[in-house]
Every structure is written in structure tokens, then in C-alpha cells.
Design a protein around this ligand. Structure first.
Ligand code: NAD
Length: 513
């Protein structure tokens, strides 16, 4: 079926036996309960993975701590060379890994391949970065002194990731953390345990072939209880956590209680503002892909469309017509636009959101519903829906991780649209569709979008590796990937060197003995 068994084999996964979900590289062991991974595509059992116990976890952390002592002393361009080799393996295994992502998570095969491409891109970025981990130098106020800052590796980076980007988020963190000299312990989503094992297989092989100590790339498996082992562990200086706002609030408090560092990548509530000057054709493409791509399960998915009253009916009609064209079905079949939701709980949340928006006074203009019958046996396929709604509705204020798009109208000036766009607690991605320079600049200005990502004439969904990725407010404030996001994976040290025979004090203080 779409070559899944071959893909599993290529990735070194056991189809008939239980896979170990705990690994330090050379060693694979796991003594916890077994997680069964069912595909949302057809409801079939794909494989089983054994989760991590407290004892397994401690063994991982001890091995990672030891590995850090070696890895941190290796020059960073040499660490970059290891990431380059890892990247070669990703290029070689792009198709099977993309396929498994698609089958275990439910996104389209194209998006599965796109996710692996992101891994490849971040590795390319990291290899270049390995020669650019620079600090500043500054002039000292004291004569005969030199001052500069440098960045040292941090230690163990704990990575907690979500089901919807089951492989890319791991690599966004590891590729940078590795060149920075850190070792990584990853807890992937319990909903996609096989993709995690597949990735660790690739990394472990590369580190082993290079003759490096085990523990530079580690995997642990399980639900929030295993995540808590990481977030509460003083031996783990940085926790990078991607997932829901609910999870982020718990993890942030656990990490703060021990004064650790956290990098949070949480939920969004992303809007596109459509002004009277917008190109309607591009608006429709951007909005529809943003709302239904990955079945509405991207942190950057378009949730709200804020349309000027002058073009409201035109945009509404065009979007409703576009929704009629959508083909829903097996995401491995390239003819389909929309695949399944991750599981039946997600289907319930989707249904509850549609009920709630009607209860609050909204009007459904593209009906939703759960699909049944041939091809839909998993029970996870739903119809993308659109409702006309008000921004202040409770349901609109929350992120529903499903293809439900809220349509709302604004009148008058761009300020009114911005007030709606910014009038939610989340602050991840935002976009404006306009050919009016003043409106575009206003949207990007200090009084404009309050999100971490603000786009002009493209949608909210998706991002490139080169920029720092993340959002404000309840999205958590973290930045990953490009630009100077690497700095969080290192500790900064300020150094002052006195090359005179005297000992002058700062601020001109005299201290004569
Ligand atoms: P989730 O919060 O249910 O789970 C995410 C991860 O956190 C999982 O690995 C889970 O086991 C772990 N976890 C849950 N509770 C925990 C706790 N108390 N302590 C430690 N770990 C815990 O999220 P999900 O359903 O897998 O993913 C969907 C969410 O992720 C959406 O809200 C989406 O917007 C968000 N997301 C954000 C980004 C981003 O970059 N901002 C990217 C992808 C997904």
C-alpha cells in the first residue's frame, strides 16, 4: 500500500516486533509500556514502540552528560561536518521518511517530503553556522584591557515535540544544538513514535560511523509523564518545547522552578487581513491552503479571515467555491488536497468547535461533518468548514486544531482590522493581502501586527529556514531555526583581559593597600 512496508524497512523499523523507544545511539533499551501506533490514514496498526521508564531515562541522561564532555571540545566546524553527513543520510532517505511522516501523521505525501526538506535545509544552515558562532568585542574603559564575549556550549538540550511536525521540529533544534556543541535528548510525540525511532536510527548511525561516543543524540518515548522527567531535571539546562499552550504553561513553570531556560513554540490563532486592494485570486489560494493544508493542523494554519466589507461578498463567494473543489482522502494519493485529522479525539474537538460557534451565534456557510464509508474507515476524515463569526466569541479566541475557518468583516480603516487581528491571546503568524503600500507598511509597523511572523501578500502558513521562527504572547516567545536563534543553545561569557602590570578597577574606584 503506497510502499509503506518498504519505507519502514528502509528506515530500519521493526514491523512485527516491538521497537525500543529509548536510545543513546549505540544502545537501544526500553522497559516501559508499549505504545501502538495506528495510522489515521486507514486505521491500520503500523508498529509498536516501548516507552521509557525512570531508570531508562536516568541512564540516557548519564550517557548524554558523559558524551557532552567529548563533543563540546570538538571544534565546531568539525561538528558541522558531522551534521553534513547526517544531512547526506536525510537526502538519501527523504522519500521513505516523507512517506512514514505522511502515513503516521496523516499529512499529504508532498507535505511529508516538504517536512524532510526542512530538515535538509536546517542542516545546510547549521553547517554554515558552525563557522559563524561569533560574539562581539568591545572597548574597555580601563587602559591596557581587552573585552570580548564568547559563546560556549550549554550541555543537554531537552526537546519535547508535537505530533504535527513529527520530524522537522526535532531537526530545527538538533542541527543547531549539535553545531553549538550540545547533546540532545528528544521526546517526540506519543502520537507519532515510529517517525521518532526512524530519525534516531539515522542520527545514531551517523554518530557511530564517525566513531563518536554515544549520547550525542538520544531518544526517549512516552506521554507527558516522560516529558515531565525532562522539564523537571536540573541536569537539562534548556528545554525546547513545541505543542499546545496548555502544555507550554506547565512546562514553563516546571523549568522556571529550577531556573532553567525554556524555548517555547506553542499554539497560534493566525489571521489574514484582506483589504479592498487585495488580489482576490492569490487571497483565495493563500487562505484555502492555509486553512485546510495538513487538515488545519499546522501551528501557522489560517484560523481567521478578516475581510473588508467592500470585498467581503466577493471573497466569501470565491472561498466557498474553492472549498467545493477540495478532494478529501488518503493523503498518500497525490490527487487529494485534504487528509485525515490525527485521531478521533481531534475529530471530537472539531465537532465541538462547530457546535460551539453556532451556539455563540455564528453562521456555518460551508458545512462540516465526519466522512464515512470506503476510504474513510479510520474515522478521522472531516470536511473543512467555514463559519461567519465574531472575533470575541470564546471559540474563535481558542485554537481549534482542525480545518475550521472563521470569516469576519471589518469596515473603515486598516486599524479596525488590526484590532481584530491582534485581539487574541496568541501571537504566532499573521498576513495581509493588499496592493496598498501604506496599508502593508502600517501592518508591519510598531502599531501593526503583534505576531512573531507578519507576511505581506502570502498566507500565514509555512515558513522558511533562514528566518527565526516563533511567536509572541501565549505562543511562548521562543525562536527557532534561522537568524540568530542559535544563541539560546549556548551560554554567553563576557571576558576581560588585563595586559598591563597594574590593576585598575572599573568605574575609577581606588582601592589602595
Ligand atoms: P501537545 O501539547 O498535546 O503535546 C506536545 C508535546 O508535549 C508531546 O510530546 C506531549 O507528550 C508533551 N507534553 C504534554 N504535556 C506535557 C507536560 N505536562 N510536560 C511535558 N511534556 C508534555 O500538542 P500536540 O497536540 O502534539 O500538538 C499540537 C499543538 O502544537 C498545537 O497547539 C500547535 O499549534 C502546537 N505547535 C506549535 C508549533 C510552533 O512552532 N509554535 C509547531 C507545531 C505545533
Amino acid at each position: 500500500k503506497f510502499g509503506i512496508n518498504q519505507a519502514l524497512q528502509d528506515l530500519g523499523l521493526n514491523v512485527d516486533q516491538v521497537n525500543n523507544g529509548t536510545s543513546t545511539g549505540q544502545e537501544w533499551f526500553s522497559n516501559g509500556e508499549v505504545i501502538e501506533s495506528y495510522s489515521p490514514v486507514d486505521g491500520a496498526l503500523i508498529g509498536k514502540v516501548k516507552s521509557t521508564t525512570r531508570e531508562d531515562y536516568d541512564r540516557v541522561i548519564e550517557t548524554a552528560s558523559k558524551a557532552f564532555k567529548t563533543w563540546r571540545t570538538m571544534p565546531s566546524p568539525q561538528r558541522g561536518e558531522i551534521v553534513r553527513k547526517f544531512n547526506e543520510e536525510l537526502r538519501r532517505l527523504k522519500e521513505p521518511l516523507g512517506k512514514l511522516v505522511s502515513y503516521e501523521m496523516g499529512k499529504s505525501y508532498q507535505e511529508g517530503l516538504g517536512e524532510v526538506q526542512e530538515m535538509i535545509d536546517i542542516c545546510d544552515f547549521a553547517v554554515g553556522l558552525s563557522r559563524q558562532l561569533h560574539g562581539l568585542t568591545m572597548h574597555s574603559e580601563r587602559p591596557g584591557h581587552r573585552m570580548y564575549e564568547q559563546y560556549h556550549p550549554l550541555g543537554i538540550v531537552g526537546i519535547i515535540s508535537a505530533f504535527n511536525f513529527p520530524v522537522a521540529v526535532w531537526s530545527w533544534n538538533t542541527a543547531l544544538a549539535w553545531v553549538c556543541g550540545d547533546v540532545c535528548v528528544w521526546k517526540g510525540s506519543e502520537k507519532t513514535p515510529l517517525t521518532s525511532v526512524a530519525c534516531q536510527n539515522i542520527a545514531a548511525r551517523v554518530f557511530n560511523d564517525a566513531g563518536l561516543p554515544e549520547g550525542i543524540s538520544c531518544l526517549i518515548t512516552g506521554d507527558y509523564r516522560v516529558g515531565e522527567m525532562l522539564s523537571k531535571d536540573e541536569r537539562v539546562p534548556l528545554i525546547s518545547a513545541t505543542g499546545s499552550i496548555r502544555m507550554g504553561k506547565i512546562v514553563a513553570q516546571a523549568v522556571a522552578a529550577r531556573l532553567g531556560k525554556s524555548l517555547l513554540e506553542l499554539g497560534g490563532n493566525n489571521a489574514i487581513i484582506v483589504t479592498p486592494d487585495a488580489n482576490i485570486k492569490n487571497t483565495v489560494i493563500g487562505a484555502v491552503f492555509g486553512a485546510v493544508g495538513t487538515c488545519g493542523q499546522r501551528c501557522t494554519s489560517t484560523r481567521r479571515l478578516i475581510v473588508h466589507e467592500d470585498v467581503y461578498d466577493k471573497v466569501k463567494d470565491a472561498i466557498v467555491a474553492a472549498y467545493k473543489q477540495l478532494r478529501i482522502g488518503n493523503p498518500l494519493d497525490e490527487n487529494n488536497h485534504v487528509g485525515p485529522l490525527i485521531d478521533k479525539d481531534a475529530v471530537k474537538n472539531y465537532q465541538a468547535a462547530l457546535d460551539k460557534v453556532v451556539e455563540e451565534g455564528g453562521k456555518v456557510i460551508v458545512e462540516g461533518g465526519v466522512l464515512e464509508g470506503e476510504g474513510y474507515e479510520s474515522g478521522c476524515y472531516v470536511k473543512p468548514a467555514i463559519a461567519e463569526a465574531q472575533n470575541e466569541y470564546e471559540i474563535v479566541q481558542h485554537e481549534t486544531f482542525a480545518p475550521v475557518l472563521y470569516l469576519m468583516k471589518y469596515s473603515g480603516d486598516i486599524e479596525n482590522a488590526l484590532a481584530l487581528q491582534n485581539g487574541v491571546k496568541q501571537g504566532l503568524s499573521s498576513a495581509i493581502m493588499t496592493n496598498n503600500l501604506r496599508e502593508a507598511e502600517r501592518f508591519l509597523s510598531v502599531e501593526g501586527s503583534d505576531c512573531g511572523i507578519a507576511n505581506v501578500n502570502i498566507g500565514t502558513s509555512g515558513a522558511e529556514i533562514g528566518g527565526a521562527f516563533g511567536g509572541e504572547k501565549e505562543t511562548g516567545g521562543g525562536r527557532e531555526s534561522g537568524s540568530d536563534a542559535w544563541k539560546i543553545y549556548m551560554r554567553r561569557q563576557t571576558n576581560t583581559i588585563n595586559y598591563t602590570t597594574e590593576l585598575p578597577l572599573a568605574q575609577g574606584i581606588k582601592f589602595d593597600l
